[in-house]
Design a protein around this ligand. Structure first.
Ligand SMILES: [Zn+2]
Length: 343
């Protein structure tokens, strides 16, 4: 999708005035699920448009816009991990929710490879269509492996005049410093809660506030949760975690496995964060609907153990991208969680 969201108006105004751009490589950075990738496409479409509007938006009607909309623009390339090219790429789906064999296959292609970067050569260095710019979007940029990043570095050092490379990242700290230093960083804004909730209501989410909280206030993640039935799964997990002694790790792990490890680890992290946060400063961030349960459970919480557990979960989130026995993995996490709550 090529879209500019309401919370991106200021950054749009800045970027649509080309004089604010320095160089030929831009790094759009910010939280996952706030629409950076859609914005990058919207921006590319506008720059390629043959007759943009007064505020530099794409007209939607010219030949260039039609090419863009049918994914056939000769002056535009998108580089995404191969595992994502057969999915609809959205910022909310990047963590994946695949399971079993499909997950193993997908995991192999989660990186951006050196071959994908090399294939850009003919596009970047040979002449393009008419007088237009040539634009490349790399997403998510942190998915480049080291060889791919080094190959890209060469292109960033001496880019042809008419080429614009847009890197989009949730985790700029995972990029090579030499890549970062050659890009102009642009911080992409988080929407405030009111505008995110209003946007979700426009997309038929009736009670957006708890969904938004569950999604860590990233509206695109919240919309995906609402559209895929994940909200019900999230609520169910929170209710089970609210009764730690009655929870059966084996059965629950079985039920959670299809949701996918990265998502389950993320949800568990959010629940534990709320327990710690309520106990230390009386605030609940991610599960406002479970306030009563959080109050009760946090009283019986081994708080130091829980802080260690959250740290551990943070490290495991990286591991959780790799194929392993996910049911066993989740079961172990649940057993550790149970031990943190006194009877
Ligand atoms: Zn146009």
């Amino acid at each position: 999708m090529a879209e500019r969201y309401t919370w991106q108006q200021t950054v749009w105004r800045k970027l649509s005035q080309k004089q604010l751009l320095r160089g030929h490589a831009i790094l759009l950075q910010g939280r996952q699920g706030i629409g950076k990738y859609d914005f990058a496409r919207y921006w590319a479409k506008s720059r390629l448009c043959d007759s943009p509007t007064a505020i530099q938006e794409a007209c939607g009607a010219c030949l260039s816009c039609r090419w863009f909309e049918s994914d056939a623009h000769p002056n535009f390339r998108t580089i995404v991990p191969e595992a994502l090219t057969d999915d609809i790429v959205t910022e909310a789906s990047i963590d994946g929710d695949k399971s079993g064999q499909a997950a193993q296959k997908k995991n192999a292609g989660r990186q951006i490879s050196i071959d994908q970067i090399r294939r850009l050569d003919s596009f970047i260095y040979l002449s393009g269509h008419q007088r237009n710019d040539k634009i490349v979007i790399l997403y998510p940029a942190e998915a480049m492996n080291t060889a791919a990043a080094n190959a890209l570095l060469k292109k960033l050092e001496e880019p042809p005049e008419e080429v614009l490379i847009i890197l989009v990242t949730h985790q700029p700290q995972r990029l090579l410093p030499t890549i970062r230093s050659r890009c102009q960083p642009i911080a992409m804004p988080m929407p405030n809660r009111e505008s995110a909730a209003a946007w979700l209501r426009q997309h038929a989410v009736e009670r957006p506030e708890p969904v938004l909280a569950a999604a860590g206030f990233a509206p695109l993640v919240a919309l995906r949760m609402a559209q895929t039935g994940q909200v019900a799964q999230y609520v169910q997990l929170m209710q089970q975690l609210a009764q730690p002694k009655r929870l059966n790790p084996l059965t629950l792990a079985d039920g959670l496995q299809p949701i996918g490890l990265p998502v389950v680890v993320d949800w568990l992290q959010k629940w534990c964060y709320d327990l710690i946060s309520y106990r230390t400063c009386g605030r609940i961030r991610y599960s406002p609907d479970e306030a009563a349960a959080i109050r009760a459970v946090s009283k019986r919480l081994d708080i130091d153990g829980c802080i260690r557990f959250v740290r551990e979960l943070h490290q495991k989130r990286r591991l959780s991208q790799h194929p392993l026995n996910s049911r066993l993995f989740i079961e172990e996490l649940l057993i550790t969680y149970q031990a943190l709550i006194e009877p």
